[in-house]
Ligand binder design. Structure first.
Ligand SMILES: Cc1cc2nc3c(=O)[nH]c(=O)nc-3n(C[C@H](O)[C@H](O)[C@H](O)COP(=O)(O)O)c2cc1C
Length: 463
C-alpha cells in the first residue's frame, strides 16, 4: 500500500539529498517553518524538509510532523511516480499524461485495517489547535492548512479530489476557499436544497494522491478511481466516523478531518499569500465545521508554502492537462513550460509548425484548457521553452507586434491574478514567436554541425 511514509523511505533511498530532517523544535505559528524554507530557497536549495517537532498551540510538540517542499523539485515528483529521481521534466509530463487516463476501483477496507483510524476524536474532544498549523507570510489572516478536500456529489455519488486552502477560525471551524470549479459546483448544488456538503480534509498522503488534486478531470469522472490509476494501485478507502458509507475517507492517509461545508453561511477568509507571490485580499469564503478527526500516531502534515516554487510545481498535472488539450487541437505541439518558467500565468509552447495558423490554434487550446493561462508564447522547435533567454530572443527577433500579437477579450480570468480589473472577467494575449513559413526568413548563425561533432575542447585547451 502506498502512503506518505513509503514515499519518504523511497526518497531517502533513491535521492538522500532530497530530504532533510529537522529535530529541533520549530514554531510554525511564528513563521519559523517558512523562514527556514525561505532561507533554503534563497540559496537555490529545494529539499523536502521534515520538521519532526513542530509546535502546536495545544498538546505536545512531537505529536505530529510537518513536511514542506514535498513538490520542491521534479525529482521528488518523479519518485512519487516510481521513476528515477533524475527523470527529465519532459518524461515526467508524459508519465503524468499516461497515468491521468488510468482508473482503478477503490478498495473498501474495514476501519480496524485502516492506519488513519489509529486515533480518533469526535465532538468537543476535537480541538484543531492540537495540530501544528502554519502561518506562512506576514499579512496572512491566520494559520492555514494546504489540504486535499475529498467530496462526494450528493446526487451522482461521484467523488472529487481537489486542493483547497483552509484558514483556522476556532477549535472546530475553518474557512475554505473554492474557486468556481468542481468542489464549488458540488457545494452550490447542495446549498440549493439547503443541505451541507460533507467533506474529508486530508492533511497528508502519498504525494501522487495529492497530485490527483490538480488533475483537470471531467465533472463526471470519479476521482477515487482516478487516484487509483494515478497511484498505480487501488486506493484504500474506509467509512468515515461521521457519515459512515456516505463518505469514504482514504484509509492510508496520515490525518483526516471530517466535517461539512455549511449551507447558507459565509465567513471572512484571508488575507493570504497566494501562489502568485502576492498577498491576496480578505474574501467572503465558505465555512467548514469539523465533526471528527482520524490520525496516525506521528501523523505527517503536508504543507505547501504558497508563494514559493513548490506551490507552482504542484500544478504540474494541470500543465500536463493543458499540453494534452493542445495536442488534441494540433499534434505538432512538442512540449510546454509553465510551472518552471512562465508560471503563474504565462505558458511557453514549443511546436514544430507545419502550416501557418497552428500556433494560434495551440494557444487557443491552452486558454480553453485552463483559466490559469493569461499569456501564451509560441516558439519553434529550436527554442528551449524553459530557457527564458532563448524565449526572449525568439520574441525579439521573430515577432512583429502588429501582426503576431493577438489580444483576446472577455475570457474567464484567474481570480487570484492581482491585475484583474473585474472580479472574474479577464483578457488574454498570444505571442506567435515562430518563424514564418510563407516568406524567406534568415538562418541562424551556427557553426556547421559536422565540425562541432568532430571538435573536442580537450584537443585545444589545457583542461
Ligand atoms: C497547491 C495547490 C493549492 C491550491 N489551492 C486551491 C484553493 O485554495 N482553492 C481552489 O479553488 N483551488 C486551489 N487549487 C487549484 C485546484 O485544486 C485545482 O484547479 C483542481 O483541479 C480543482 O479541482 P476541482 O475542479 O476538481 O474542484 C490549488 C492547486 C494547488 C496545486
Amino acid at each position: 500500500m502506498k502512503d506518505l511514509r513509503q514515499w519518504i523511505q523511497a526518497l531517502e533511498h533513491n535521492a538522500p539529498k532530497e530530504l532533510i530532517r529537522v529535530k529541533k523544535i520549530v514554531d510554525p505559528n511564528k513563521f519559523e517553518a517558512t523562514a527556514v524554507m525561505e532561507k533554503l530557497e534563497s540559496k537555490g536549495r529545494f529539499p523536502a524538509v521534515l520538521f519532526e517537532a513542530p509546535k502546536a498551540l495545544k498538546g505536545e510538540d512531537h505529536r505530529f510532523k510537518l513536511l514542506m517542499n514535498t513538490f520542491g523539485t521534479f525529482s521528488k515528483m518523479a519518485v512519487a511516480l516510481d521513476l528515477p529521481p533524475e527523470t527529465p521534466k519532459k518524461q515526467l509530463m508524459e508519465e503524468i499524461l499516461k497515468r491521468q487516463d488510468l482508473e482503478k476501483e477503490p478498495a473498501i477496507v474495514a476501519p480496524q485495517n485502516s492506519p488513519v483510524k489509529e486515533n480518533t476524536l469526535v465532538g468537543d474532544d476535537l480541538d484543531l489547535n492540537m495540530i501544528p498549523i502554519v502561518r506562512h507570510v506576514e499579512m496572512d489572516g491566520d494559520r492555514y492548512f494546504s489540504p486535499i478536500a475529498v467530496s462526494k456529489n450528493l446526487t451522482t455519488a461521484r467523488y472529487n479530489i481537489s486542493w483547497n486552502r483552509m484558514m483556522y477560525l476556532d477549535p472546530q471551524h475553518l474557512a475554505i476557499y473554492m474557486s468556481p470549479r468542481h468542489l464549488w459546483t458540488y457545494f452550490a448544488e447542495a446549498e440549493q436544497t439547503h443541505r451541507n456538503l460533507p467533506i474529508a480534509v486530508v492533511l497528508g498522503h502519498h504525494p501522487a494522491f495529492h497530485m490527483t488534486g490538480a488533475l483537470l478531470t471531467p465533472l463526471d469522472r470519479d476521482e477515487y478511481k482516478a487516484a487509483g490509476g494515478f497511484l498505480g494501485e487501488n486506493i484504500r478507502i474506509t467509512p468515515s466516523l461521521s457519515y459512515g458509507d456516505d463518505l469514504y475517507i482514504p484509509a492510508d492517509a496520515e490525518i483526516v478531518i471530517e466535517g461539512e461545508i455549511v449551507a447558507g453561511q459565509r465567513t471572512v477568509e484571508g488575507p493570504f499569500g497566494e501562489y502568485t507571490g502576492y498577498t491576496g485580499p480578505q474574501r467572503v469564503s465558505w465555512l467548514f465545521e469539523a465533526k471528527a478527526i482520524n490520525f496516525r500516531s506521528d501523523g505527517i502534515i503536508i504543507d505547501i508554502f504558497p508563494c514559493k516554487t513548490e506551490h507552482m510545481n504542484a500544478h504540474l498535472p494541470i500543465e500536463a492537462s493543458i499540453l494534452r488539450t493542445m495536442r488534441e487541437a494540433t499534434p505538432n505541439v512538442i512540449d510546454t513550460s509553465w510551472v518552471d518558467s512562465g508560471g503563474p500565468l504565462t505558458i511557453i509552447i514549443r511546436m514544430k509548425k507545419k502550416v501557418e495558423g497552428e500556433p494560434m490554434q495551440a494557444a487557443m487550446a491552452a486558454f480553453t484548457a485552463s483559466n490559469f493561462i493569461k499569456i501564451a508564447i509560441v516558439v519553434d522547435e529550436d527554442i528551449d521553452p524553459t530557457n527564458l533567454k532563448q524565449v526572449m530572443w525568439a520574441v525579439s527577433t521573430r515577432v512583429q507586434p502588429e501582426t503576431d500579437i493577438q489580444n483576446l477579450k472577455g475570457l474567464q480570468g484567474h481570480v487570484l491574478d492581482p491585475s484583474l480589473r473585474h472580479e472574474i472577467k479577464g483578457s488574454g494575449m498570444i505571442i506567435d514567436a515562430t518563424r514564418p513559413l510563407d516568406r524567406p526568413f534568415p538562418r541562424r548563425g551556427l557553426v556547421p554541425e559536422e565540425i562541432l561533432r568532430k571538435v573536442s575542447l580537450r584537443d585545444y585547451l589545457d583542461e
